[in-house]
Design a protein around this ligand. Structure first.
Ligand code: ADP
Length: 260
């Protein structure tokens, strides 16, 4: 548990550090990219336009990275809506399938009646895309991905052994793959920005940082389990909105105590 706590504190510290930096860089990049776009509209000379194209391209890449860092440090503007997570998954299904080669099968499963969560649908889609891309990259010779939803309760025991988790009712989205898995020393660091085991140019190490930030900013929690050679499961917990609390539990929590 102390190792887990240390890990959680480390991620929070990196978040604070990168958040400020990403915010300032984002403002500077807005200026650079804005003027590059302006010049591209004004300059007719082809040679100069080519140079400007390079500037705009690099600037956009940098802006993408700062956006992901802002998401990681929970400094991004979200537009949360009350939605059913399984509906968001169904809407993203086509897009997710397009990311996968024929050798990888993806199965969607809704394990119970479900419930509603408050989340930015576009960001949730981004989360799913990142997780599916990672699952794909972990299965170079093919395999299976299962994307499932289920409502669960985080009790105080689970919360106690998982630093950062709050007791309550959640929609749990799991992304399961039959890929190469990861050893503990990789698993420990996956949410750190710029941590990647992929070849240069293949990964930025920002995907899971972004996932982490979006889920945290939505009041949720994320876990990862993995076995080398067998596969990996990411579980996203998003708090259920009030109307989906079990009536009994709602009464317990909301009814004032009778005077004694
Ligand atoms: P990137 O994909 O750019 O490397 P991420 O932050 O998305 O950055 O992932 C960080 C690292 O976590 C990956 O490089 C990989 O080592 C590991 N990883 C993430 N998802 C999985 C997975 N499903 N199976 C095995 N390893 C994974």
């Amino acid at each position: 548990l102390t190792a887990q706590l240390r890990q959680a504190q480390k991620i929070e510290a990196i978040g604070t550090l990168t958040g400020g930096l990403a915010h300032d860089f984002n403002n500077i990049l807005t200026v650079i990219n804005g003027y590059a776009a302006l010049l591209l509209r004004k300059v007719p000379d082809m040679k100069t336009r080519e140079i400007l194209d390079h500037i705009a391209e690099a600037g956009n890449r940098a802006a993408d990275m700062t956006q992901q860092l802002l998401a990681f440090s929970r400094r991004q503007v979200l537009e949360p809506k009350v939605i059913k997570p399984e509906e968001a998954i169904l809407r993203a299904e086509k897009l997710l399938r397009r990311l996968l080669p024929e050798s990888i099968r993806i199965t969607l499963a809704c394990r119970d009646r479900g419930g509603k969560v408050k989340v930015d649908p576009g960001q949730l889609e981004q989360v799913l895309i990142n997780l599916v891309i990672n699952a794909r990259d972990a299965m170079p010779t093919g395999g299976e991905i299962t994307l499932a939803t289920q409502t669960v309760r985080i009790d105080s025991r689970f919360a106690h052994s998982h630093p950062g988790a709050q007791p309550g009712n959640y929609a749990m989205i799991t992304i399961d793959d039959t890929g190469e898995g990861m050893p503990p020393e990789v698993m420990e660091r996956v949410f750190e920005p710029f941590f990647t085991t992929k070849a240069a140019g293949k990964g930025t190490g920002l995907g899971l940082s972004m996932v982490y930030g979006i889920i945290k900013q939505s009041g949720g929690y994320i876990t990862v389990e993995s076995t080398v050679g067998a596969g990996t499961t990411f579980s996203l917990y998003l708090p259920l909105v009030e109307e989906d609390l079990h009536p009994d539990e709602e009464r317990q929590e909301e009814q004032p105590q009778p005077p004694s």
